[in-house]
Design a protein around this ligand. Structure first.
Ligand code: 13P
Length: 253
């Protein structure tokens, strides 16, 4: 029983006041279900303050990015050990916005994934194709390349302590969610790629879907056998919207 993970990626949104209200709303009404873990990933400057607000709650803390380096002369970078120090449990790596806009290659993403593991935190590896990739019939090849870079560097057993998020780029922030069937097909492909290397690792790894998940489409997605929760952008910025998604998972879990 893998259980569900419902994760909020706040992206570059928020303020002290807005975050306080959002976190208070989530904590107050989080479904008590044991089979659903909730996670929020604020921007770096707010991690410590949000960690304080989350203390004693069942909501976990994560970051949206990390350096692939350990420490030293890397101006503007944040080490995984620092994220652990301020209370993070999870770290998102390889989000498509970083791959596309910040020049992160699959090799850089793999190095970040390993840096997170080395620190004892849990990486959430994002993979996903663009609309052009999909229309060219390249979806699986793109996923294989992104996943393959991590498998090459860290090996299949690293996924015992990792999460994967399938986020089709064309569904992010567009309102054009993948259908449950489209998402399930890719999730199955990802799990099968791991299965070929280790059945037990494949069986245990959570694979989240991300891309325009809302309260009214979450249940359809989460009811698919290989979809173990969501990585939520826009709908994670209002507690009622985020909790509606968490409720969908709790009802199924
Ligand atoms: P939206 O939910 O806004 O489409 O964003 C998804 C996402 O990128 C989460 O990481």
């Amino acid at each position: 029983m893998r259980g569900y993970l419902v994760a909020g990626n706040w992206k570059m949104n928020g303020s002290t006041a807005a975050n306080d209200a959002l976190v208070a709303g989530i904590i107050a009404n989080a479904p008590p279900s044991e089979s659903v873990e909730l996670l929020v990933c604020p921007p770096f400057p707010y991690l410590s303050a949000v960690a304080e607000k989350l203390a004693g709650s069942r909501v976990a803390l994560g970051s949206q990015n990390v350096s692939q380096f350990q420490s030293g002369a890397y101006t503007g970078e944040t080490a995984a050990s620092m994220l652990r120090d301020v209370g993070c449990k999870y770290v998102i790596v390889g989000h498509s916005e970083r791959r596309a806009m910040m020049g992160e290659t699959s090799e850089i993403v793999a190095a970040k994934f390993q840096a997170v593991l080395d620190t004892g935190l849990v990486p959430i590896l994002c993979v996903g194709e663009t609309l052009a990739d999909r229309e060219a019939g390249e979806t699986e090849a793109v996923i294989d390349e992104q996943l393959g870079a991590v498998l090459n560097l860290s090996g299949v057993d690293s996924f015992v302590n990792a999460v994967i998020a399938y986020e089709p780029v064309w569904a992010i922030g567009t309102g054009m969610t993948a259908s449950p069937e489209q998402a399930q097909d890719v999730h199955r492909h990802i799990r099968a790629a791991l299965e070929a290397r280790s059945e037990s690792v494949a069986e245990g790894v959570k694979i989240l879907y991300g891309g325009s998940v809302k309260g009214d489409n979450a249940a359809g997605l989460f009811s698919k056998p290989d979809i173990d929760g969501g990585l939520i952008g826009g709908a994670s910025l209002k507690s009622a919207d985020f909790l509606a998604i968490a409720e969908a998972a709790a009802t199924l879990g």
